[in-house]
Design a protein around this ligand. Structure first.
Ligand SMILES: Cc1ncc(COP(=O)(O)O)c(C=O)c1O
Length: 440
């Protein structure tokens, strides 16, 4: 660079720091630079032109044109359980994951309040550097016990638990194979990991086995990921067969128990209790604190080497704040109540079976649902699902539509989450209302 050019650049820098107008405005850019910049599409520089946003506006515009109210982001004014107050009115509520009625339970609230008094509301920084609170370890210990495994680690979000665990543990030489209906958080984790990805038809163990037979040797580590209870469909995988398959192909098995904890098994311990298999037979147990456990966060339970590895190296644990003591205390107490009162699990199951049987009796399409806490009504169109949800809302029932892209358009649906707190009458009322609306 010539001396003059160096001086000119220095002057321009000083001017820029002092906020003076310099000769660097785009007006004065060389013509070839201007034409390069002019060729950059608006979609690269404006949020309102991002393709995802524009795509998102299409169904919204269609709904507006049809005069449909937006069924999303409803404001619940108190604890959302079997019923909920929305806009000053009381609704029978099927849109919360309060499976065992523990969100808002006095003992859970009491434990959270006591934790605030003792620890404050924040864990303030990463546990690795800023230290832990006993309540975080107590929760992890209790969860490890529940699965009968060596250890457990809690993250601040269920979604982030999957993204971080899968994203960190696996890499480009590995294969991750998942059920076709697996949750988005798993897909995001796989993308982050850079591993090869294959999916198998929902709950089809024969296809899974065949894919592994065909391609297993091409990869170093292989992870199979399934959900304990499928969040959109309410059915469960064949865990004993999965364990047999993963052993035969030398693969790891990860089970996402987000919806299975508190729901499956005689005492709500999840899918391993349901099938009577050992917790140790699954390599990675994943779960969330946001559903049965009444707070917010996620966990991984398994052997010590897995948990220790994540605690010292997974970016979402190492570089993120520890679980708030308030949330840890709420979830720990929820776990205690669940274990003390297994009748909650039984009555949740009764309500689920009741709803499913009634809908099936009327020939309503409930997809794969097996009557455990999640029962969809497959409507087959996003717009129709929104309309049906709005009609039910007008009759005092809050149930969310699940629309494309969360599910395929032809699988758009209403999804009913049950709670142990629902009464027989709540279910009866919902069924009668559904039937009346469907007939008209
Ligand atoms: C199967 C499954 N895994 C993970 C998550 C993420 O959990 P969270 O909402 O607690 O972040 C969800 C959320 O609903 C889920 O359904």
């Amino acid at each position: 660079m010539s001396k003059d050019l160096v001086q000119k650049t220095k002057n321009q820098l000083i001017d820029r720091i002092l906020g003076k107008k310099t000769g660097t405005s785009s007006k004065e850019l060389p013509p070839e630079r201007k034409s390069v910049l002019a060729a950059i599409p608006e979609a690269y520089t404006r949020f309102d032109r991002l393709p995802g946003y524009e795509q998102m506006l299409v169904p919204k515009a269609a709904a507006d044109r049809l005069g449909l109210d937006n069924p999303f982001f409803k404001v619940h004014e108190a604890v959302a359980g079997a019923t909920s107050r929305i806009d000053g009115a009381e609704y029978v509520n099927f849109s919360s994951y309060n499976y065992l009625g523990l969100a808002g339970h006095p003992d859970v609230n009491g434990a959270a309040k006591a934790a605030i008094d003792r620890y404050g509301t924040s864990a303030s920084a990463s546990r690795l550097v800023a230290g832990e609170r006993p309540i975080q370890r107590e929760l992890e210990h209790e969860l490890a016990q529940l699965y009968g495994v060596e250890d457990c680690v809690a993250f601040v979000s269920g979604h982030a638990t999957n993204v971080n665990t899968i994203g960190y543990l696996f890499g480009p030489k590995d294969l991750i194979i998942h059920d076709s209906l697996i949750h988005n958080s798993v897909l995001q984790g796989i993308q982050l990991s850079g591993a090869a990805r294959r999916s198998f038809a929902h709950n089809d163990m024969v296809v899974l086995d065949q894919i592994l037979t065909d391609i297993r040797p091409q990869f170093e580590r292989v992870l199979i990921v399934v959900e304990g209870l499928y969040s959109m469909d309410g059915d469960i995988p064949d865990l004993p067969t999965l364990i047999e398959i993963k052993r035969r192909h030398k693969a790891f098995l990860m089970v996402d128990e987000a919806h299975a904890l508190g729901v499956l098994g005689k005492t709500g311990k999840g899918i391993h209790e349901h099938f009577g298999v050992q917790g140790k037979d699954v390599d990675i147990w994943m779960g969330t604190l946001s559903k049965t456990l009444a707070s917010c966060g996620g966990y991984i339970a398994g052997e010590r080497a897995l948990v220790e590895h994540l605690k010292y190296a997974a970016p979402g644990f190492v570089y993120s704040v520890g679980l708030s003591p308030v949330l840890a205390a709420a979830s720990l107490e929820a776990l205690y109540v669940m274990q003390r009162e297994p009748e909650r699990v039984t009555s949740l199951r009764t309500r689920g079976q009741q709803l499913l049987a009634k809908l099936k009796e009327q020939g309503i399409n409930t997809g794969f649902a097996e009557g455990y806490a999640i029962v969809p009504i497959i409507v087959g169109s996003s717009i129709k699902s929104v309309r049906f949800s709005n009609q039910l809302f007008a009759k005092g029932i809050n149930v969310q539509p699940i629309v494309y892209p969360a599910v395929e358009e032809k699988a758009a649906r209403l999804r009913f989450f049950l709670s142990t707190s629902h009464s027989e009458q709540n279910i009866e009322f919902a069924c009668q209302t559904i039937m009346t609306l469907m007939r008209n």
